[in-house]
Design a protein around this ligand. Structure first.
Ligand SMILES: Cc1cc2nc3c(=O)[nH]c(=O)nc-3n(C[C@H](O)[C@H](O)[C@H](O)COP(=O)(O)O)c2cc1C
Length: 385
């Protein structure tokens, strides 16, 4: 029975090749950021208003001028298309069925155009990794605009390639290399091998980053193209300002952890920020989002939309971020575990489970809506047992 996020994670672990599962699941270096951000969420408590007399709760909210039935957003996750065949299409449809926006990663397997065609009614956002070649990045943005994406999420915390030593050990990487370790890993996960990898191969080739130039896949031209689409190490606020001028929709900066940077984002005209530690996947000495969020929300919450992510595994985790000042919460690994465990239906089921958990906890807390949660008197931090 799949009753909570841990159940889905365990099913995902059994179904996916080890290299792919670890790529999704783990952190970076000694995984202290990952442990810390989970610990910081566990330490937050929420105080109820008893006997509040509310018979029902409304968990809808407004983000960037759009009324939404929930405060959740599916975070951008690279290579979701490897977790299930057409994984990004499945995530888009699962999220759309619940009115949840889906943020497509620059590093998705399936392109934004194909995702849009498969989910015409979805609220699609797009996450941008700025490539070294500005002209290629500009072309990508044109495609995103033509695909009717509401929000552009510029990731600000991935200017270096993280030290994920386990990926070196297990051989996972893109472009996919059929080395002995990978082949053996796939062979002991036949469900994934036949249901995901083989279906891609039969349809035309080994899956890779769909938005990258076609030459990226070819061994011959790869070196030069790989350089053009390497993530910029020198990304600056001037780049965000330039993107602000170019992008007509909402602009969000993802990966902000200080009041100073939040104010800079506000200053260049961003519409929102994501207070995020990238799920503990990039820099191992980062503070936890829960420890940074209240001051950031206090400083810029009136002028920008503040979202938060990292470590959400329960409805109550999302409520904690909302109580501490976030207006919306992104989920990264959680929908991927649902997708791995049960495809589109699994992704929808895990998101529905989160919504049920949110509703139950709001009932216990005696809050009628999300706005009633956002109150400094509602939360505190206690030592974890
Ligand atoms: C497998 C995986 C791939 C990711 N790829 C991206 C990405 O392409 N761009 C990005 O901005 N964040 C990426 N992230 C980070 C998520 O957007 C999000 O910040 C993080 O997963 C939130 O933490 P959680 O997984 O604990 O919910 C990725 C996360 C995972 C787990």
């Amino acid at each position: 029975m799949l009753l909570n996020a841990a159940d889905y994670r365990e099913k995902a672990r059994r179904r996916l090749p080890r290299g792919l599962f670890e790529y999704i699941d783990r952190g970076t270096e000694d995984e202290q950021a990952l442990t810390r951000l989970r610990g910081s969420l566990d330490a937050v408590t929420l105080r109820p208003s008893v006997l509040s007399g509310h018979a029902s709760r409304y968990i809808g909210t407004t983000l960037f001028g759009r009324g939404l039935p929930t405060p959740l957003v599916v975070a951008p996750t690279a290579l979701a298309g490897l977790v299930a065949h057409d994984g990004e299409l499945k995530l888009a449809r699962a999220a759309a069925a619940l009115g949840i926006p889906f943020c497509v990663s620059t590093q998705s397997v399936t392109t934004i155009e194909v995702i849009r065609r498969a989910a015409p009614d979805a609220a699609l956002w797009f996450q941008l990794y700025v490539w070294r070649d500005r002209a290629l990045t500009a072309d990508l943005l044109k495609r995103v605009r033509a695909s009717d994406c509401e929000c552009l999420v510029v990731t600000a915390d991935t200017q270096m390639s993280p030290n994920r030593e386990y990926n070196q050990r297990n051989g996972f990487g893109i472009p996919f290399k059929p080395i002995v370790r990978n082949v053996a890993d796939m062979a002991v996960h036949p469900g994934w091998l036949l249901g995901v990898m083989l279906r891609y191969v039969l349809a035309g080739g080994v899956p890779t980053y769909g938005h990258y130039p076609p030459e990226f896949r070819s061994a011959i031209t790869r070196a030069s193209v790989a350089d053009a689409v390497r993530l910029r190490t020198d990304l600056s606020w001037d780049d965000v300002k330039r993107l602000r001028d170019e992008w007509p929709g909402k602009l969000i900066v993802k990966g902000v952890l200080s009041v100073e940077d939040a104010k800079l984002a506000d200053g260049v005209g961003a519409d929102g920020i994501v207070v995020s530690a990238h799920g503990g996947r990039n820099l191992d000495c980062l503070p936890s989002p829960a420890s940074c969020l209240p001051a950031i929300a206090e400083a810029v919450g009136d002028s920008m939309v503040v979202l938060a992510d990292s470590g959400v595994r329960r409805g109550t985790d999302a409520l904690k971020y909302l109580a501490m000042g976030a207006q919306g919460v992104m989920l990264g690994r959680l929908p991927l575990w649902g997708l791995a465990a049960g495809g589109e239906e699994g992704a929808r089921a895990i998101l529905s489970m989160m919504l049920r958990e949110i509703d139950t906890a709001m009932g216990f807390l005696g809050v009628e809506n999300i706005a009633a949660l956002r109150n400094p008197a509602r939360w505190s931090v206690e030592a974890v047992n």
